[in-house]
Write a protein that binds this ligand. Structure first.
Ligand SMILES: Cc1cc2nc3c(=O)[nH]c(=O)nc-3n(C[C@H](O)[C@H](O)[C@H](O)COP(=O)(O)OP(=O)(O)OC[C@H]3O[C@@H](n4cnc5c(N)ncnc54)[C@H](O)[C@@H]3O)c2cc1C
Length: 546
């Protein structure tokens, strides 16, 4: 066996690959990136940490020498320790070279069968059966050739099997036939188990879908995840990423994080989107490479979220930035920084600067109000530092159709938002409806039906949600779906009027109120009832004792 293989250590243990490059007994510079250690014209391939483990006698002094030999001179102990390791490596290598290749053990049919039965008995006794099958099925999909396995040391990637086998065989012999029989049987079991699993196709990788995948039992289902972006976006953090208070990488996490628990063959990720429902448990999908495909499922779980509602207002699609993804955040920041650069470098008049640096946010909900504050923060800090003469011309406006900002909140919260916006000099337009988005302004109509323009060279549109085109098509195709704003679902989240189809999150709506919401309302009612009772009782007492 080659020393290199013997010394390899699994990267999943977290040990770092280090390299020292030595020329003929001299300690030379420390390098990373290659695994070769050269000493007296001999090459040793190794991982530093493993050398320490392998020699057994290495001290931290040796370890230090290996980690950074350039800091040690030939006089110090470090080099002596290092030389000792080299000599141990040499003797390891010669031992390995002298080791005889394991020979094949000839077993007659009876012995073969008995050993095989014993291995399975031990497997069952030692651990959960399905775990074995899972690790075996993973091993089958690994690049290693099955036919090359015959000695128990070839099965380090199937630890359960190796453990069971090691109790019954001579580690220095080969058992090709026995291994093949056992593996074939396990493979058959594993395939049978696989074929029994239902294929659950999950659309989207947002809040709803990722939570679902995390909680699904991988022993019962195969999962196919179809999403245009293979990551989860923590939407409440998007606004903070606009000001740069947090980086874009912090806002997303890859879906692979949720897939570790699935065996390799139990999960498929398709980068693309569902574009149509074709009936008979099939959908049409379009991959990110623009390929259209028919996809069959046993169960379809729809978590495609929503898109921003543009209310079909002219100019919106062409001119505005939305705020749903990290690409949107990038676009908003890029445009803002570009405008500041143009304002600085083109000798613009103050009026022109004011026009160029005017930003309007449409929608006074949470996302809109937070965006306004974050933009103001960005202008007051980074942009003011980079463009001190231009920052004072920047102006942010926020437009809301209803009488207050944060209209879904109770009055005191809305008023607080109104006041804080005023304090920060963010121009607030309540009771105003946008009718047109122009190149450098938005047209609005107020509650008295008066029209006017708000200057805006940059518009950020965060005004509520509507359905994706896929969900719209789906609603059109299902007769029992009566509301064209949402996919209506039963309390078990099955889509009304369909079979094997479920929906959750922004794209769906429950037809009956969930029990939790009824209980919540009841609790709130009871609390206010209690409050009333208390205050009445208090008044009674106050009346009696005062
Ligand atoms: C800026 C901002 C801040 C927010 N803050 C809050 C908050 O503080 N609290 C709160 O409760 N809510 C907040 N929300 C709302 C919240 O993000 C949504 O309610 C939530 O994301 C809905 O989850 P979902 O899983 O239904 O959809 P999403 O999380 O939007 O995920 C939809 C997924 O489906 C994918 N997809 C879309 N179309 C297709 C298709 N055809 N095929 C396959 N995949 C598709 C998308 O790429 C995405 O991965 C905020 C929203 C925004 C935009």
């Amino acid at each position: 066996m080659e020393l290199k293989t013997d010394l390899k250590i699994d990267e999943s243990t977290g040990l770092i690959k280090d390299n020292c490059d030595l020329e003929d007994g001299e300690i030379s510079t420390y390098k990373t990136g290659s695994t070769t250690l050269k000493y007296n014209s001999e090459n040793f391939d190794f991982y530093t940490s493993m050398v320490v483990l392998k020699t057994g006698q290495a001290t931290s002094e040796d370890y230090g020498t290996l980690i950074n030999p350039s800091q040690n001179t030939s006089e110090n102990k470090g080099e002596r320790g290092f030389k000792r390791i080299i000599s141990q490596l040499r003797s390891l290598r010669s031992n390995n070279n002298n080791q005889a290749e394991p020979v094949e053990e000839n077993l007659d049919d009876n012995k073969l069968e008995r050993k095989q039965e014993n291995v399975f008995a031990l497997l069952e006794m030692n651990s959960d059966k399905s775990d074995n099958e899972e690790s075996v099925s993973q091993a089958f999909t690994s690049p290693r050739e099955e036919s090359n396995r015959s000695n128990m040391n070839d099965f380090t990637d199937i630890p359960y099997l190796k453990l069971a086998f090691s109790k019954l065989v001579d580690p220095n012999k080969r058992y090709s036939k026995l291994w093949t029989n056992i593996l074939n049987k396990l493979k058959k079991n594993s395939n049978e188990l696989d074929s029994k699993k239902e294929n659950v196709t999950v659309l989207g990788s947002g809040w709803a879908s990722t939570t679902f995948i995390k909680n699904l039992d991988p022993k019962l289902y195969h999962v196919t995840l179809i999403s245009p972006r293979p990551w989860f976006t923590m939407t409440p953090l998007l606004t903070a990423a606009i000001s740069g208070r947090i980086g874009l990488r912090t806002v997303i996490s890859p879906v692979s994080r949720y897939l570790f628990k699935y065996p390799k063959r139990g999960f498929e990720l398709i980068k693309g989107e569902a574009i149509d429902y074709l009936g008979n448990n099939t959908i049409k999908i379009k991959t990110n490479c623009n390929e259209e495909k028919i996809h069959k499922y046993d169960k379809l779980v729809i978590g495609v979220g929503s898109v921003t509602n543009t209310f079909n207002i002219p100019g919106v699609e062409k001119k505005v930035s939305f705020l749903k993804t990290i690409d949107d955040v990038r676009e908003i920041r890029e445009k803002l920084f570009n405008n500041f650069a143009i304002a600085k470098n083109n000798n613009l008049s103050p009026k022109e600067k004011e026009k160029l640096l005017s930003i309007a946010i449409v929608g006074g909900g949470f996302a809109g109000v937070e965006t306004a504050f974050e933009l103001q923060n960005l202008i007051e800090t980074d942009l003011k530092f980079m463009y001190p003469d231009e920052a004072k011309f920047a102006k942010i406006s926020i437009v809301e159709m209803l009488p207050n900002m944060l209209p879904i909140c109770e009055k005191s919260v809305s008023e607080f938002a109104n006041n804080t916006l005023d304090q920060q000099k963010i121009k607030r337009y309540n009771n105003c409806r946008v009718t047109l988005v122009d190149a450098d302004a938005i047209n609005v109509v107020d509650k008295n039906s008066t029209s006017f323009k708000i200057p805006a060279s940059q518009v950020i549109w965060v005004s509520g949600i509507m359905q994706t085109s896929f969900v719209k098509k789906l609603i059109d195709k299902i007769e029992q779906q009566k509301d064209n704003r949402f996919l209506l679902v039963n309390p078990d989240l099955s889509v009304i009027g369909t079979k094997d189809m479920y929906a959750f999150g922004d794209c769906s709506r429950l037809t009956v109120k969930p029990l939790s919401s009824i209980i919540y309302k009841e609790c709130v009612r009871n609390v206010s009832l209690q409050k009333q009772l208390c205050s009445t009782t208090q008044k009674l007492f106050e009346g009696r004792f005062n």
